[in-house]
Design a protein around this ligand. Structure first.
Ligand SMILES: Cc1cc2nc3c(=O)[nH]c(=O)nc-3n(C[C@H](O)[C@H](O)[C@H](O)COP(=O)(O)O)c2cc1C
Length: 316
């Protein structure tokens, strides 16, 4: 997830069982132009493995050049092509989800990369652009397979749906039944039950956890335990959440290259992920957004208490 899965986030996810992570998405043109942002995005650690990279782009030659440069900097287990990003400024450049409407171009990109690279090439898709069309979705998946994609990741929503609305399990199932390469499902995996639902309804080979991991790095172990032997998920106490949050923030302090002002704002956002469900969430958000230093933030977190009565209270 762009803007989310930085090194700190990945280290937390791995600590609690994520078996495979992705770097934040990079832009092929920015990589070719050697934009300094790429170095920040590709920051890693010996514990941060196996890891894949995901690329945005519309031009096969630029994209190949970009991956070759990337492979000169880091090792990856596979390279994913983003054909799912719904952001207007990306689509206007013909990249991300725009490729869903230009499968000839998508096929060319996959073909170029898969025939030249030594790492496997995968594709992230949505089920459609503006409307549900199972037949078209299956055709698109077949184009990806025919051009050398090794795995497909499918977010079970159209671009028009954005990030809300029902997950189209049926389209993912139709793709799974029509092609030989592995298919992974994405969408609304917020707990182990939803993970099982995705697997049961689609017959897919694996799942991608996205928003379900925000402030909840335990989700990976929870899903694994539930799928293995139906193990029930425990609610984490506030002190367990605060301990994990403080570890996450310490990783941000240590590893994130960002200007101090932006960094504290980012840490506030991460804090709210962990404290979601707080009884006085609005007040907590206001207090946290006014914080200017790391020390002040930790002081506030220490003052969040679990009182008797409904929910959590923020002790002034
Ligand atoms: C903040 C945010 C950033 C995201 N960034 C990316 C991205 O860079 N690449 C990508 O393939 N999907 C990205 N996604 C989409 C997720 O990978 C996932 O497919 C989608 O959120 C559906 O899963 P969920 O309902 O379990 O969150 C992003 C989603 C969010 C909320």
């Amino acid at each position: 997830m762009a803007g989310v899965t930085d090194l700190a986030f990945r280290l937390m996810s791995r600590r609690f069982g994520a078996p495979q992570c992705f770097y934040e998405m990079f832009d092929s043109k920015a990589m070719v132009n050697e934009h300094p942002k790429n170095r920040r995005l590709m920051k890693t650690h010996k514990k941060d493995t196996p890891i894949a990279a995901q690329m945005l782009g519309a031009d096969p030659s630029i994209m190949l050049d970009a991956v070759e440069r990337l492979l000169g900097l880091i090792n990856i287990s596979f390279l994913d092509i983003n054909s799912a990003c719904p952001a207007g400024k990306i689509i206007r450049k013909g990249a991300g989800a725009a490729l869903l409407n230009d499968t000839a171009r998508l096929g060319k990109i996959i073909n170029r990369l898969a025939s030249k690279l030594t790492v496997p090439v995968t594709v992230k898709l949505r089920t459609g652009f503006d409307k549900r069309d199972i037949k078209r979705c299956v055709e698109m998946a077949k184009v990806c397979q025919a051009n050398g994609a090794s795995t497909l990741f499918i977010h079970g929503r159209t671009v028009a749906q954005g990030y809300s609305g029902d997950i189209d399990y049926e389209s993912i199932r139709a793709v799974k039944e029509a092609i030989e390469i592995p298919v992974f499902g994405s969408g609304n995996i917020f707990n182990p039950f939803m993970a099982k639902k995705m697997l049961d309804e689609t017959g897919c080979d694996g799942i991608l956890v996205a928003r379900g991991a925000l402030g909840n790095p335990w989700i990976f172990k929870d899903i694994e335990g539930f799928l293995k032997d139906g193990r029930a998920v425990k609610d984490r106490s506030l002190s367990v959440k605060k301990r994990a949050l403080k570890r996450h923030l310490a990783y941000i302090v240590k590893y994130k290259d960002m200007r101090d002002g932006n960094k504290i704002g980012f840490m506030g956002k991460v804090t709210m992920w962990y404290l979601k469900g707080l009884y006085h969430a609005k007040r907590a958000r206001e207090r946290i957004s006014g914080v200017r230093t790391y020390k002040e933030l930790i002081y506030l977190i220490d003052r969040v208490q679990d009182r008797a009565g409904p929910g959590l209270h923020f002790v002034p």
